[in-house]
Design a protein around this ligand. Sequence first.
Ligand code: IGP
Length: 272
Amino acid sequence: MTVLDDIIVGVREDMESRRRLVSLAELKDRAAAAAPALDAWTALGGPSPSRDELKVIAEIKRRSPSKGDLASIADPASLAVQYADGGASVISVLTEQRRFGGSLADLDAVRAAVGIPLLRKDFTVDEYQIWEARAHGADLILLIVAALSDAQLNEFSALSHELGMNVLVETHTEEEIERAVAAQARIIGVNVRNLKTLDVDRSLFGSLAGLIPAEAVIVAESGVRGADDVSHYAAGGANAILVGEALVSDATPRERIAEFKAAGAAAIAVRN
Ligand SMILES: O=P(O)(O)OC[C@@H](O)[C@@H](O)c1c[nH]c2ccccc12
């Protein structure tokens, strides 16, 4: 069993516990009552042809299977406000409980605190989670190609779009990029961390990003330690970066995001 398989077993068990408390019908009512989803595609620069900026997706993550405890984050709402003030375009809230220490309560707290699009970051393996995301104010969900069949990728994307949300489709190999493109993904992430082994290989980004159609928003995921890594991803074709650890473990995340955006814009100016 890979790390990913193992995580998904826990994700399903936790989802079944929640489903016993909140039925799908109840979630649908809550989703219908929620404010409409915000446009994460536009926030990430999707429709604009120039794309001279590097967008930042700033993540709220307490711990991870690869790194253990990262930050206690007693007040996710205040961290989210710092992220938004620093110029993040989207905030990623990791809601997976067992391995990452997150929850839907974090998503609720962040939703109440900021007006920019939110990514519900989790291991989506069931439609129930997509309804949950919308009911709790998410605007964007993550679909991990390695965890899904083509049929699931298509169905889950279609449902997300029906609910007004966008989808970040995460890939790690050439074959997964082909599958993401076949599913008409327009926000495509390359995770340089292999979810089956947890190894990080930053050089993977440049080789895979070139395979993604230019109409898509290309997101470099994982492994940003500092401005040099940001420049590396921007030079390699990233339109956006998804950063967790470097921000949750920084005393001044607001300044850090501004620094990453400046490094990204400088590298993109050279690229263009
Ligand atoms: O903390 P990092 O190295 O900046 O990584 C953030 C993000 O890419 C990572 O949390 C992530 C990418 N894909 C995932 C899927 C599930 C859980 C977590 C992730």
